[in-house]
Design a protein around this ligand. Structure first.
Ligand SMILES: [Zn+2]
Length: 336
């Protein structure tokens, strides 16, 4: 009897120990579950915050022909983050060394290129499937074209712009030069395109790219301005090959809607290239001079526009006016 009681109490005792153990461990199991859930959420958040686009398929791209690679790049470049573009720049040098011939980030027009060693006929594939031309800055008429001017050669196109307007790349390519140029271009960007041609953007107010940046057509290079030898805000735009200039009109027509490619493959004689590489310092300063008018009593924007053979739209744009009625007597208006 005594033995039975002892046995029972022992069992009860064990039962009590087991229950008390459960009571202690149960909340800690709960807490553990909660902790792991938090950790999972944190991991998911970290994954999300360091999200990157699909890595570049280097394997698939290294064997592509130049034209297939160009087609692939025009879809790919706009999607890439800056660090991926850096990697792409390094890779492109391995895959297509031809694209980086005479690559120089110090000289706009490298000394190593020569006209006499170039073939007589030159060929440039302007547009591959999926590629496009986007005019660096449009919205104003062409102020000056390519050709002789004031006894000098004007080696590009000039278009008027307002300081601070965004200037973009004409075609896909890689920035070869992006800095202040002391020979007259001021803040200047040069982009090497995948067809060997280069485009130059001068007198910029601000440069927003660096040497080695891979850019796509229409991507911002900087803001327009009047730095260097320039007498008013405008974009000086050039097309060059091996440092020698060619008329941008060989590539495209300038229209109000933007550039229209003249051909998919540009074939030209090398005699159409400029004889020497000299740049902006060789021509007279730009004559895009501004002119102001003091508003007199009774004058309207339309009467002023008539007087200067301009238009209301143009005057509003020049003076950043939102409304044509916003002029008053004595106000200084820009008319040119
Ligand atoms: Zn110019």
């Amino acid at each position: 009897m005594v033995f039975q009681i002892l046995l029972k109490s022992r069992l009860i005792f064990l039962l009590l120990i087991w229950i008390s153990l459960c009571c202690v461990s149960f909340p800690s199991i709960l807490a553990q579950n909660q902790e792991s859930e938090e950790a999972r959420a944190e991991a998911a958040w970290t994954e999300e915050s360091s999200w990157e686009p699909e890595p570049i398929d280097f394997e698939g791209m290294s064997n592509l022909s130049a034209s297939a690679l160009r087609r692939r790049l025009s879809a790919l470049i706009p999607e890439l983050q800056p660090n991926a573009r850096r990697k792409l720049y390094m890779q492109l040098q391995d895959w297509q060394p031809d694209w980086f011939e005479h690559w120089d980030d110090k000289e706009l027009f490298p000394d190593s290129t020569r006209l006499d060693t170039m073939p007589q006929r030159l060929q440039f594939v302007l547009l591959e499937e999926g590629e496009q031309l986007i005019y660096p800055w449009h919205g104003e008429e062409l102020t000056y074209g390519y050709g002789p001017r004031n006894g000098h050669m004007h080696k590009g196109w000039d278009t008027h712009l307002e300081a601070g307007d965004t200037v973009v790349s004409l075609m896909n390519g890689v920035v070869r030069y992006a800095k202040f140029n002391h020979s007259g271009y001021g803040n200047c960007v040069m982009v090497r395109h995948f067809n060997g041609l280069e485009t130059l953007y001068g007198h910029l107010d601000r440069i927003d790219v660096q040497q080695g940046d891979v850019v796509s057509a229409g991507e911002a290079l900087g803001l327009g301005g009047s730095t260097g030898k320039s007498s008013g805000p405008h974009l000086h735009f050039e097309v060059r090959y091996g440092g020698f200039a060619l008329d941008p009109a060989l590539l495209m027509d300038w229209t109000d809607e933007g550039p229209v490619a003249k051909t998919k493959v540009l074939e030209m004689d090398k005699s159409l290239l400029s004889k020497e590489k000299g740049g902006e310092s060789h021509h007279a300063p730009h004559v895009v001079k501004s002119k102001t008018h003091r508003v007199r009593s009774g004058e309207t924007l339309s009467s002023i526009a008539r007087k200067y053979r301009s238009s209301i739209t143009k005057l509003k744009k020049l003076n950043r006016l939102r409304n044509a009625d916003f002029i008053r007597e004595g106000q200084q208006l820009r008319v040119k």
